[in-house]
Design a protein around this ligand. Structure first.
Ligand SMILES: Nc1ncnc2c1ncn2[C@@H]1O[C@H](COP(=O)(O)OP(=O)(O)OP(=O)(O)O)[C@@H](O)[C@H]1O
Length: 596
């Protein structure tokens, strides 16, 4: 008896756990509404409305795919109608012209949709945003034209009739196979979206969409993740396209014009990108409602989409569901503390000095030799050389515009050098990109902290390649705060906590060196002291080295083992804090600089 209960409830519980708690109600509501729109026409017995609702479901599935692309990976595609259309057309050609069974035709149709989707994805490796939108739009415009060009094969003038009688058979009550399959597929795509949004993969896609620069320094490949999002979106859209054939039983080029791509895009944007319920609301507003109000909306479609889009975007810029959720979030955040407990993590950090005692502090971890980089006529770096040793804090100071950030960018591989070499951990990484350097153990933070406001504090930590397995000495402290951090949105944290969080995030990558750009900017006196303590604890506990660019000279002189002074793209001085403290050149270099 006990065994039976365990086996039937465990998978369900596991599935629920894959979806974040704040999404579960939205998922339940969306699934409930999908069932209502699918079952309602069966109750009334209206064949017309059953077909409208089944098409609505297929558009919803395609829009869910686009939602992954748009909201998770931040990509713009106006070409999903071509993916849908190519899957449908290939299915119809295989079954209606080639005489293959529906099963074989469906596989061919799916592969055709996937191939077109992958083709549209290729530009995403090079261009993003609206540029990508225009490239994909070209695909959507070309698709129906190509069908005409290959008229002999596609029967573009007459269209293709391709009925699938087996799927019209009743399974139970008034439900036939096709209605059942489409409804289950739609529910499945909604659940899949929620799972992806809750997963680390989904978070990584969002980081890539929001800040490719931060993504590469966390060891994530923006191009690969974008490509994956495209392929995933296209696979989902292709399944919907395949099922269009048994539903409509006929295709012609006119069904897959640019209007379909525009409809799918508007469905996501108007419903609310990044929400589970949004695409369904978009389908109801843009497809079901016009069909209910006007029996034949064919020639007015674009006008209707445009009109509704104009009104909704004017009043609710985040889409209907997106704006509603944003409002609820704002109300909820009134009761949220706005800070998280850092003490348990910082306490654990300060207790452990195990690794630094064991390492060879003379070992060179990073060696920069003759680094040069110009921007037009500005020599931002001019033959810069220095070394960083194991478990050493190397401070880099210099006046504004002296080349400090350019130096960090060239160390971490974010910009290419005109000349010079960087050897990291004994390996020449001069021609390696930022992702490879991050994967080799080089962590990086930025002048403005890259904390993602729509992720929880914990999710913000859990986006890189590291994770619990790599937490090591941090793990104990993180275990204590995990629940609290997971229920606090990253966006509510004050600036100082965002700074600390960013450092803790890169520590989860178990780095050999931390490259920090003005990490104390905007911190109070006390916070700067705490931050300095954290860095010293990190070095002691992990044996990692730190390169820190900082305008707060007091902090640098307190924590650094070695300081390099940069001016006009050159290292002017280098030495221990004591050696440089009263150096006459220091006062000269910083004359008139407020922080100095
Ligand atoms: N992408 C770029 N395009 C053109 N010029 C640039 C670029 N990045 C940096 N520079 C120029 O290179 C020089 C060094 O800039 P950099 O940002 O490295 O200085 P910095 O010492 O970090 O300054 P700050 O302390 O103000 O952050 C400046 O003259 C800057 O204008």
């Amino acid at each position: 008896m006990t065994e039976t209960i365990t086996t039937t409830t465990a998978p369900r519980r596991r599935l629920t756990r894959l979806i974040r708690p704040e999404l579960r109600r939205e998922v339940a509501l969306t699934l409930g509404l999908v069932l209502v729109i699918s079952v309602y026409p069966l109750i009334t017995g209206s064949i017309y409305w059953l077909q409208i609702m089944m098409i609505a479901n297929l558009y919803l599935v395609a829009a869910v795919g686009l939602n992954i692309l748009r909201s998770e990976a931040g990509q713009m595609s106006f070409g999903q109608g071509a993916v849908f259309g190519s899957a449908a057309y290939a299915t119809a050609m295989a079954s209606g012209i080639g005489g293959y069974s529906f099963a074989v035709s469906a596989v061919l149709g799916f592969l055709a949709g996937l191939a077109v989707g992958t083709l549209l994805a290729l530009p995403s490796l090079r261009v993003q945003g609206y540029y990508l939108g225009f490239v994909t739009m070209a695909g959507a415009l070309a698709f129906p034209e190509l069908l005409h060009v290959f008229e002999k094969q596609t029967h573009a003038l007459t269209g293709i009739t391709a009925p699938v009688p087996a799927l019209q058979e009743i399974v139970f009550w008034r439900v036939d196979w096709l209605t059942l399959i489409i409804t289950v597929l739609t529910c499945g795509s909604v659940v899949l979206y929620a799972i992806i949004r809750s997963s680390r993969l989904g978070r990584q896609m969002r980081v890539v969409g929001a800040s490719p620069e931060a993504a590469v320094t966390l060891g994530l490949h923006p191009g690969r993740l974008r490509m994956l999002a495209f392929v995933l979106a296209s696979a989902i859209t292709a399944v919907a396209g395949v099922l269009y054939i048994p539903l409509i039983q006929y295709v012609a080029p006119g069904s897959f014009t640019i209007a379909l791509s525009v409809l799918l895009y508007f469905i996501v944007v108007i419903g609310g990108p990044g929400t589970v319920l949004g695409p369904l609301v978009g389908v109801l507003l843009l497809y079901v409602l016009p069909n209910a109000v006007l029996a034949d909306v064919g020639e007015y479609r674009l006008l209707i989409y445009g009109g509704i889009a104009f009104v909704v975007m004017f009043l609710l810029p985040e889409g209907v569901v997106g704006s509603l959720i944003a409002l609820l979030d704002r109300l909820r955040r009134k009761n949220v503390k706005g800070t998280v407990s850092l003490a348990p993590v910082l306490a654990v950090a300060s207790e452990d000095t195990s690794r630094a005692d064991a390492v060879n502090r003379d070992e060179v971890i990073l060696e920069a030799e003759g680094l040069s980089r110009s921007f037009g006529s500005v020599k931002a770096l001019d033959d810069v050389s220095f070394v960083v040793r194991r478990a050493q804090i190397h401070g880099i100071v210099g006046p504004n515009g002296s080349g400090k950030t350019t130096l960090l960018n060239s160390l971490s591989g974010l910009i290419k050098l005109d000349a010079g070499t960087v050897v990291f951990n004994g390996k020449d990484v001069s021609s390696s990109g930022a992702v490879q350097r991050a994967r080799l153990g080089m962590a990086r933070t930025f002048q403005a902290p890259r904390i993602f406001s729509d992720l929880s504090v914990w999710e913000n930590l859990d986006v890189g390649r590291g994770g619990a397995a790599k937490d090591g000495w941090l793990g104990e402290g993180l275990d204590m705060v995990r629940e609290e951090w997971d229920s606090t949105p990253g966006g509510v944290l004050p600036h100082a906590q965002q700074r600390f969080l960013e450092v803790i995030r890169v520590l989860r990558q178990d780095p050999t060196i931390l490259v920090l750009d003005e990490p104390a900017a905007g911190l109070s006196q006390l916070e700067r002291k705490e931050f300095g303590n954290l860095l010293q604890s990190v070095v002691a506990a992990t044996g990692a080295s730190v390169v820190i660019v900082e305008h707060d000279l007091e902090l640098v002189w307190q924590i650094a083992d070695v300081i390099s002074v940069v001016d006009s793209g050159q290292v002017r001085l280098s030495g221990t804090p004591d050696e440089l403290r009263n150096h006459p050149a220091i006062n000269h270099l910083f004359a008139g600089v407020q922080h100095a």
